[in-house]
Write a protein that binds this ligand. Structure first.
Ligand SMILES: Nc1ncnc2c1ncn2[C@@H]1O[C@H](COP(=O)(O)OP(=O)(O)OP(=O)(O)O)[C@@H](O)[C@H]1O
Ligand SMILES: O=P(O)(O)OC[C@@]1(O)O[C@H](CO)[C@@H](O)[C@@H]1O
Length: 299
């Protein structure tokens, strides 16, 4: 069984604005609303690739109800916890001359809500995979991911973490199965500017020495690097294409990696499926579908 946890789901409000300017009224030329949050995106792409998963997390208010409806519409098994205070966020993704994102804070999650989540996670055991990704609402302590890993430790659950800074570094001693920083996040952690795939390799290896079993570093149009637990290092440029919406490309890469590994047991194939799923999402206005991923892999 694969489960994803999204502490802070969102409705992603994606708009295009010609020549966006601050301090004036800007009018959109295109708008779209999608269910979002990193774990939810991973679940949707896993489903598109033919792998079932269960989406866990916290939802609140009318936005929460709409996120749940849209996740179910995407045929993902959802088992969210409804919280009482506040509302799930609406994250604005503004596409103009540059891409700008405005991500909200999210609702208040109580200790009781966390206990409800633990109860759902306690069924996981040997052979199961848990993906925990994205930010946590700022009302929660910064060691949430670490606490989950400590609780599940020793049960044989493969844990995948896609998060920034402390949320990520604090889980490394618990030996996550996979971490997926992008090159900028990896560079921020180690105080380095990582522009090329060659720049990234030693830092990905360092993150592996600090505890991660597999380190997948995504690099947008530059492709990515995988330092696998076998000791192998894979690197590849990204497929060429026209970017339509890259929101969720990183989550698609995580889903592609898990699907590729489950199907073939090969880290090399998993790596290429990860990059292809990321690019397939970036090249369309929806998250990657299986035929789109296969077409890019064949290239
Ligand atoms: N411009 C692009 N051209 C081709 N492929 C892309 C592009 N942007 C992203 N991708 C693909 O998607 C993968 C993940 O993208 P990226 O590194 O932007 O993830 P991310 O920073 O985690 O993104 P997000 O947080 O929006 O999900 C890349 O490794 C690449 O394979
Ligand atoms: O604020 P977080 O939790 O770090 O990121 C949330 C988010 O930007 O990540 C997804 C893309 O990866 C979007 O669907 C969503 O809006």
């Amino acid at each position: 069984m694969i489960c994803t946890v999204t502490f802070n789901p969102s409705l992603d409000y994606i708009v295009r604005v010609d020549d966006m300017r601050l301090g004036v009224i800007n009018r959109t030329t295109y708008e779209q609303v999608l269910p979002g949050g990193k774990g939810i995106n991973v679940s949707i792409v896993l489903g598109n690739l033919g792998h079932e998963s269960c989406a866990l997390g916290f939802l609140a208010g009318f936005t929460g109800a709409e996120i749940a409806r849209r996740v179910r519409e995407a045929h993902v098994h959802a088992d969210f916890i409804e919280v009482e205070n506040g509302m799930s966020r609406i994250n604005a993704k503004i596409k103009s001359n540059e891409e700008t994102e405005l991500n909200g804070q999210g609702p208040l999650i109580t200790e009781e809500n966390i206990e409800q989540l633990y109860a759902k996670l306690d069924v996981l055991g040997q052979g199961d995979t848990l993906v925990i990704s994205g930010s946590v609402p700022n009302t929660l302590p910064g060691d949430m991911y670490e606490r989950i890993m400590a609780r599940l430790g020793g049960r044989g659950v493969r844990i995948v973490v896609d998060a920034e800074r402390d949320l990520l570094t604090r889980v490394l001693p618990h030996h996550p199965f996979l971490v997926k920083p992008n090159n900028i996040e990896l560079g921020d952690i180690y105080g380095a500017q990582l522009k090329t795939r060659a720049d990234v390799v030693p830092y990905a290896q360092r993150m592996q020495r600090e505890g991660a079993r597999n380190v997948l570093v995504s690099m947008a149009g530059e492709g990515g690097v995988l330092v696998a637990e076998t000791g192998e290092v894979f690197e590849s440029p990204a497929a060429k294409g026209t970017v339509v919406n890259s929101v969720g490309a990183g989550d698609s890469a995580v889903a592609g990696f898990l699907a590729g590994l489950a199907e073939t047991g090969s880290y090399e194939t998993a790596f290429h499926m990860a990059l292809s799923a990321g690019s397939a999402s970036a090249f369309s206005d929806h998250l990657a579908t299986r035929p789109e991923v296969e077409a890019l892999m064949a290239r």
